[in-house]
Write a protein that binds this ligand. Sequence first.
Ligand code: AMP
Length: 449
Amino acid sequence: MLRSFYETLNQVANLSLLVAFNANIDSIKHLSKSEIQRIIDNVDKEKVKRLMEFNIKTIRTKEDFVAAFLSAFKEGKPKEIPLGNDKLNEWFDSFIGTGYERIGGQAGIVANLMGVLCLKKIIFYTNPLPKQITDLMEKRNIFYPTITNGKLELKKVEEAADEKIKPKINRIFEYTKGTSINLDEEKIIAKNSSRFIVASRPDEVRICFDRKLSDHLEDLGKHVDGAFVSGFHSIKEKYSDGLTFEYYISKNSEDLRKLKRKNRSLKIHMEMASLPNEEIRKYMIDEIFPVVDYVGMDNVELNDVIYSVFRTRTDENDIRNVIKNLIDLIDVFSLEGIQLHTYNYMLLISKKYEEAELTNALNFGSILAATKAALGGIVSVSDFMVGMKVPFNINGLKIENELNKIRQNYEYSIGFLPTRMVENPKITVGLGDTLSSGIFVALLSSNNK
Ligand code: AMP
C-alpha cells in the first residue's frame, strides 16, 4: 500500500537538507516549427548535415548549434552542450531572441523546490553567490554557509549574496513532440517534448566549497540529514589559474567525506547530468560515486555511465538488462541505492529499504514532477492535486509486468513506478531534478530496514 502523498509531505517537513553546487539563470525559449525552420534556412545546411554525423562536444559556430540541436531534437532526448565561443551570444540574442528567466541549475531548482515543500532547514551552496540568483529564490528557510571570525555561520541566502558577481546564464531551447521540420529533402520529427541547452561556463564559477568553508565541513554536516549534490558535469577541463578538472573532482570527493565525518547518518545523493567529455565523466564517476550513497540519473546518463564503467550500452526498455547494470553499479561503487528515471518509468533499487518504501518515494517524486510539467512551476503545496491526477504512462505499465516476472530473482528491493506523463508539458527543464530530489527526501523521511 502506498502512503498518502500528504503523509509523506508532513514527514519531509522535518528534514534539514544541504543542496549544492550548481545554480544559474535559465533563459528559456520555446521554439516553434517555423522558428526552427527559419534558423535552419539561415545557416550552411551542407555543413550541418556533415556535422550531424559527429558527436558535437562544444558549440563554436552556428552550424555546430543547429547540428547538435537537430540530432537531439530527432531523438527527443534532453541534451546540454557547452558554448565554446562567446561571440555567438550576439547571434543567439539578435537572431533567435531571449526567453523568460528563472532559476536554473540543479541546486538552484532543488533549493527552491525544497522551500515550497517547507523543509525545516535548507542550506544552499553555490560558489560564488550572485544577487541576481538569490532574487529568483524562495525566501523560505534557505540559508547560505559562510565563515565569520573563523566560525561557521548560516546566513539567510538573500543576505549572503553579492551584487557585483555576474551569474552564469544558460540558454534553453524547448520543443514539442511531433514538431516536424525539413533539412533539405530530409524530414525530421521530434520524438518527444524536450529541451536543448547551450551552457555557459564562466571561469569564476567553481563547483566546490571554497577553501575557508572546506575546513568547517564536519560542522556543516552536523546541521543536515542529507545532502543533494550536483553540478560536477559543469567542471571545466582547465581554469584560467591553471587548476584542472582533476583538482576540483578530487577536492569534492574529499570534501564530501568530510561532511559525513561527524554525522554518520548523513546520506548524500548525487544527481547526474549530461557530461559528453568521456575523460572527465570517467574521472568523476570513479572519484565521486564511492563517496555518495545514492545516484540519480535519466536514461541518457545511464548509458553514458555504464559505457564509462563497463564499456557496454543498454536499452532502457530492456528491464532485465537495466536492472543488471544498475545492480552492478551499486556493487562496484558500494552505493546504498540507485535511481533511474525515463519517459516510461522510474526505478529505485536498494537493500536498505522495503519495496513499499521505495515505491512510496517514487510516487512522491513523480507527483512533484507531474505537477511541475502540468503547471510550469510549483508555487504552493495545493498545486500537487494537479500532479496526482496525471495518469501513468502505458508503456511503463507494460514494463512493470515484465519486471514482476523477475523481481524475486534479486536480493535487492526494487521500487518501480510508471511515469506520470503530462501530454503537453508547460516546461521540461528541471523535471528530472524535481523527481530525483523529491524521491531522495521522501526516502530520507521513511523507515529503513
Ligand atoms: P531529466 O532528463 O533528468 O531532466 O529527467 C526528465 C524526466 O522527467 C523524464 O525521465 C521523465 O521521468 C520526466 N518527464 C519528462 N517529461 C515529462 C512530462 N511531460 N510529464 C511528466 N514527467 C515528465
